[in-house]
Design a protein around this ligand. Structure first.
Ligand code: C2E
Ligand code: CA
Ligand code: CA
Ligand code: CA
Length: 277
């Protein structure tokens, strides 16, 4: 009797039940989030360390949930991936980015490129290149102004041949970046087969780099490998002047991080850009 009671108690786990209910409601909410225009695209600028110019921006998704308030991507992207809704978010982000690029060109503003994060599942989807090409054609945007960021882990864990999809994307003229570089399991040899333009060094290599000579040595080697392969190397998550000094000392090409600016909505971004020059 006691055993059966224990089983009943383990089966009825109010914590798990609550989590399940939360997930189910988020799932149906996510369904309406796009239709009801609750997603927001924030932009975080990237500076070229050689010229000092702002050359691009990374697009980062936010969800302005009517009950839960602002949700960061970590709260819903993994979930959207598991439930198969990530494609809708990706398409929405790509569409916003292309729209912004078209508007900027029409307004006669200096060209920048916008980078959109692409999930592992997107890279397995053979229809992505065609969807992207259709968007670029509709808004008449130069494909070279759009970049896709793919994580190293995403490429390694992908079932289908991700390199074929990357080549198809590259054939349309979009820029490609390897994101979070250094955190995955891929070998350096793998890098030479990828048709990418930019390598983004993960923040874990940048954080406190000025206090640890071994971390600096790693950073310097990664920059060397990237530049040796002809790639633009970007340091992400630079938060202070001390980190920046090492990043510059290692001759990184580009800077992104709170030191330069936090991600902002489009209006704030354009204002910031106008005053940053
Ligand atoms: P990520 O691609 O590595 O993006 C950089 C993250 O670091 C962003 O967090 C950004 O706000 C944050 N960050 C930038 N500079 C600094 C800094 O100086 N210090 C610190 N501590 N953090 C900094 P966010 O916006 O919360 O995004 C987290 C992750 O969610 C992203 O990591 C990316 O993997 C994913 N993500 C964001 N937007 C999208 C999207 O539209 N689609 C997909 N599939 N994933 C997205
Ligand atoms: Ca990214
Ligand atoms: Ca990143
Ligand atoms: Ca990162």
């Amino acid at each position: 009797e006691a055993k059966r009671l224990r089983q009943a108690v383990t089966v009825y786990n109010p914590g798990a039940e609550a989590a399940r209910t939360l997930h189910l409601s988020l799932l149906s909410d996510l369904h309406t989030a796009i239709q009801q225009d609750q997603l927001r695209q924030f932009l975080q600028p990237k500076r070229c360390l050689k010229t000092g110019r702002i050359v691009g921006a990374e697009a980062l998704v936010r969800w302005q949930h009517p009950q839960r308030g602002w949700l960061p991507p970590a709260d819903f992207i993994p979930f959207a991936e598991r439930s198969g809704r990530i494609r809708q978010i990706t398409d929405w982000m790509l569409n916003r980015a292309v729209h912004t690029l078209a508007d900027r060109e029409a307004a006669g503003l200096a060209p920048i490129y916008i980078a959109v994060n692409i999930s592992t599942l997107d890279i397995q989807d053979q229809t992505l290149p065609a969807r992207l090409a259709a968007m670029l054609a509709e808004y008449r945007v130069d494909p070279g102004q759009l970049q896709l960021e793919v994580t190293e882990t995403g490429l390694m864990s992908s079932g289908t041949d991700p390199i074929a999809v990357l080549h198809a994307l590259k054939a349309w003229g979009v820029r490609l970046a390897i994101d979070d570089f250094g955190t995955g399991q891929s070998s350096l040899a793998y890098l030479q087969h990828l048709p990418v333009d930019e390598l983004k060094i993960d923040r874990s290599f940048i954080q406190d780099v000025h206090t640890d000579p071994r971390r600096e040595a790693l950073l310097r080697s990664i920059v060397g490998v990237g530049q040796g392969l002809g790639l633009t190397v970007t340091a992400e998550g630079v938060e202070n002047e001390a980190e920046l000094a090492v990043v510059q000392g290692c001759s990184c090409d580009q800077l992104q991080g709170y030191l330069l600016a936090k991600p902002m909505d489009l209006t704030a971004f354009e204002g910031w850009l106008a005053s940053a020059g």
